[in-house]
Design a protein around this ligand. Structure first.
Ligand code: NAG
Ligand code: NAG
Ligand code: NAG
Length: 591
C-alpha cells in the first residue's frame, strides 16, 4: 500500500512531545488499516475504533470546516506584521519650518541630491526661518549637509497607507527596527511554544488552543494602540506567543478524529486551501482599509472568537486517554458516532476500555527517555545534528523568502500574493513525488533548486525576471519545508521521537530570529538577501544527502534501531532504481 501520509506533523511547529508521539502512531496506523476490521479484531489504538464511528462522516466534516477560522488566525498571526511595518521606498527629510511650501518646492530646497535623486537620510544644515525670510527657493552650494533627525515625508504611491514604521520614522538609522520587532515576534514564538506545549500536556489541548489565540488577540489589540518602538515590540512578543499553536493544536485534534484514509486529504487541504487563502487575503485587507491600526484590529479581534472553542471542538481523545480519563474519551467518540448515525457495538467499547488502559501505561514509560539519548551514540548523533542543521537552513531560507518580497523590486502586495499562492502547487507536487523519489533526493533536489534559483535571481534584471526567479526559489523551499519535518520524524526512534522533533523545531525558531536581519541587508545591496538564502539552500541540500533514506521503511522504535538505521545504504542509492531491482528480484523468485 502506498501511503501518501504527508506532514501530519506540520511544518513550523513546536508541539509538546505527547502530541507528536500520537501523530506518529496515527501514521503507523494509517499503514495498517485498510478495510474496517471485523468486530472480533483486536483494538490496538484509537484509530482502530474509527471505522465503527465513521471515517469521515458529518462530525468530521464539521470539524474540517471548523478549521477555517483557525487557519485564518494562523495566517494573520504569522504574516500580519509584515504589513504593519512596511515603509514606502521613497522618503525624505521633513523640515517643519517649510510646511507652507509645496512638497516639491520644499524637497527641492531642503534635501540634497545624490546621483540625481533626493537623499533619503540627509538635509541641509541651515537656519530655515532665515531662509524663509530671505525668500530663497534654491539651495545654495555652500550649505552644509547633516543627517535628518526627527521627521520624514513619504511618497505613499507604492505603500498607500501610513504604518507604524512610517509614523515613527523607522528609516535611515532606525531602519532595522522592523527587523528587530519581527525577531522579537519569533522569540515570542519560542516562549509560546514551550508555554502552550506545557499547558497542552498538563491541562489539555483545548485550553492551550484558547490560550494561544487569546495571546494573539490581546497582543494584536494592544499593537493597534502602540506609539513607540518598545511598546510595539512588547505587543508583538505577546502575539508571537500564539505562533503557531493557535492553529496547530486544532489541526492535530481534528486529524485525530478523522479516519486514516482521509487524513492526508484533511491535513493537506486545510493548509493548502484555508491557510493559503487567508495569507493571500492579507495584503488586500491592508490595502482595503488603508490604515495600519484598523488593519491590525481586523486581523486581531477575530481571534477572540476562540473562546467559543470548547462549545464546538472536542478535547483530544488521545490526551484524555493518556490522562486516564477514559470515560470522557469514550463519551466523545460516542457523540461522534451518534452524529455520524453509526452505532459502536458494546463489546467494542468494552474492549477499547482495556486498550486505553494499556496505552496510558505505555505513555508513562516513554517518560524515561530524553533528548540526551539522541546524542549518546555516534550514528544517531550524526543524524540528529544533520537534521538540526538542515532544518535550520530550511527554516531560514523559507522565512527569508517570505520576508524578502519587499526587496524584489515589484509591488510588494502583488508579489506577496503570488508568492503565497505557490504554496498550493508546492503541496500538490509534494504529495505526488514524496513516495516516488524518496526523502533524501527530494530534499536535496528542492533545496538545491531553491538555492540555484535564488542565486540566478540576483543576476537577473530587477523587476519581473528577478522576482519570478525568486518566487521559484521560494516554491522549491516550501517543498523542502514539508519534507523536513516528516524526514526528522521518520529517522528518530519512537522513544525519543516527540522530544527530538520538538527540539529540531526549536532550533528552527532560533534560526528564524536571524532572517529579518538577512532581509534587512537589502539596504546595503539588494542582492545580498537572495545571495545568502541561495547559498544556505544549497548548503542544506547537500547535507541532506548524508542522511539515510527513510521511504517505505519501518520507523525505528528503540534507540538501537535508530543507531543502526539505514546501515546498508550506499551514498548513490536511488529509490526508483531500487524498486525496479526489487520487483525484478521478486519476479524471479516467484517464477
Ligand atoms: C504658514 O502660513 C500661515 C498663514 O499664512 C501662518 O500663520 C503660519 O505661521 C505659516 N507656517 C509656517 C510654518 O511658516
Ligand atoms: C511619488 O512616486 C510616484 C511614482 O513613483 C511619482 O509619480 C510621484 O511624482 C512621486 N511623488 C513625489 C511627491 O515625489
Ligand atoms: C512553511 C511551509 O511549509 N509553508 C507552506 C508550504 O506549502 C504548504 C502547502 O500549501 C503549506 O502547507 C505550508 O504552510
Amino acid at each position: 500500500m502506498e501511503s501518501h501520509e504527508k506532514n501530519v506533523v506540520f511544518a513550523g511547529v513546536i508541539l509538546n512531545p505527547a502530541t507528536i508521539e500520537n501523530n506518529m502512531e496515527m501514521k503507523n496506523a494509517a499503514q495498517s488499516i485498510e478495510s474496517p476490521p471485523e468486530p472480533k479484531v483486536q483494538l490496538k489504538d484509537l484509530d482502530d475504533l474509527l471505522p465503527y464511528v465513521g471515517d469521515f462522516g458529518w462530525y468530521q466534516r464539521i470539524l474540517f470546516l471548523l478549521m477555517i477560522p483557525y487557519a485564518f488566525f494562523f495566517a494573520f498571526v504569522y504574516f500580519g506584521q509584515i504589513f504593519m511595518t512596511v515603509v514606502p521606498e521613497e522618503h525624505w527629510c521633513f523640515v517643519p519650518e517649510l510646511g507652507n511650501l509645496s512638497v516639491e518646492a520644499r524637497r527641492h530646497l531642503s534635501v540634497p541630491l545624490v546621483d540625481d535623486k533626493y537623499d533619503k537620510c540627509s538635509v541641509y544644515d541651515v537656519d530655515w526661518t532665515e531662509v524663509i525670510k530671505s525668500g530663497a527657493l534654491e539651495p545654495k552650494p555652500e550649505w552644509r549637509v547633516k543627517k535628518c533627525e526627527s521627521q520624514w515625508e513619504f511618497n505613499y504611491t507604492d505603500v498607500p497607507y501610513q504604518t507604524i514604521a512610517s509614523q515613527q520614522g523607522w528609516v535611515c538609522d532606525k531602519d532595522s527596527y522592523a527587523a528587530t520587532s519581527q525577531a522579537i515576534f519569533f522569540c515570542g514564538g519560542i516562549v509560546g511554544g514551550l508555554l502552550f506545549g506545557w499547558i497542552a500536556d498538563k491541562y489539555g489541548r483545548i485550553p492551550a488552543l484558547i490560550g494561544a489565540n487569546m495571546a494573539g488577540f490581546t497582543g494584536g489589540l494592544a499593537t493597534a494602540f502602540t506609539n513607540s518602538f518598545w511598546s510595539f515590540c512588547v505587543c508583538r512578543f505577546i502575539v508571537g506567543l500564539a505562533y503557531d499553536n493557535c492553529f496547530i493544536i486544532m489541526y492535530i485534534v481534528v486529524l485525530e478524529y478523522v479516519g486514516p484514509k482521509w487524513r492526508t486529504f484533511v491535513a493537506n487541504m486545510s493548509i493548502a486551501v484555508y491557510f493559503t487563502f487567508a495569507a493571500c487575503l492579507l495584503p488586500w485587507i491592508a490595502l482595503g482599509v488603508n490604515n495600519w491600526q484598523i488593519y491590525t484590529l481586523i486581523i486581531s479581534v477575530p481571534l477572540v472568537l476562540s473562546v467559543l472553542t470548547p462549545l464546538v471542538v472536542p478535547e483530544s481523545a488521545r490526551w484524555l486517554i493518556s490522562q486516564g480519563k477514559i470515560d470522557e474519551a469514550i463519551k466523545i467518540v460516542q457523540k461522534c458516532s451518534r452524529i455520524n448515525r453509526k452505532k459502536i457495538p458494546d463489546e467494542v467499547v468494552k474492549e477499547f476500555r482495556e486498550t486505553a488502559k494499556a496505552i496510558a501505561k505505555a505513555e508513562e514509560e516513554l517518560k524515561n527517555y530524553s533528548v540526551i539519548d539522541l546524542v549518546r551514540t555516534p550514528r544517531l548523533r550524526r543524524h540528529t545534528i544533520l537534521l538540526v542543521v538542515i532544518w535550520m537552513s530550511i527554516a531560514m531560507v523559507f522565512d527569508g523568502h517570505v520576508r524578502n518580497v519587499g526587496s524584489l523590486g515589484l509591488d510588494m502586495f502583488t508579489t506577496f500574493t503570488v508568492a503565497t499562492f505557490t504554496e498550493f502547487p508546492a503541496d500538490v507536487l509534494l504529495i505526488l513525488t514524496l513516495d516516488i523519489l524518496g526523502r533524501r533526493w527530494l530534499a536535496f533536489g528542492t533545496m538545491a533548486l531553491s538555492g540555484i534559483f535564488s542565486l540566478l535571481a540576483t543576476t537577473a534584471p530587477i523587476g519581473i525576471p528577478s522576482a519570478s526567479l525568486a518566487i521559484v526559489g521560494r516554491f522549491a523551499v516550501n517543498i523542502s519545508f514539508n519534507i523536513g519535518m516528516q524526514y526528522a520524524a521518520e529517522l528518530l526512534p519512537t522513544v525519543v521521537r516527540a522530544q527530538g522533533v520538538a527540539l529540531i523545531h526549536m532550533c528552527g525558531y532560533v534560526a528564524t530570529i536571524l532572517t529579518p536581519y538577512i532581509v534587512y541587508m537589502a539596504t546595503i545591496a539588494r542582492e545580498i538577501p537572495l545571495l545568502i538564502l541561495g547559498c544556505l539552500g544549497i548548503f542544506g541540500g547537500c547535507l541532506s544527502l548524508f542522511l539515510p533514506e527513510s521511504m517505505g521503511k519501518d520507523m525505528p522504535q528503540t534507540i538501537l534501531d535508530g543507531e543502526n538505521y539505514g546501515l546498508g545504504q550506499k551514498f548513490w542509492d536511488f529509490p526508483c532504481w531500487n524498486r525496479k531491482k526489487k520487483e525484478i528480484a521478486n519476479g524471479e523468485t516467484r517464477h
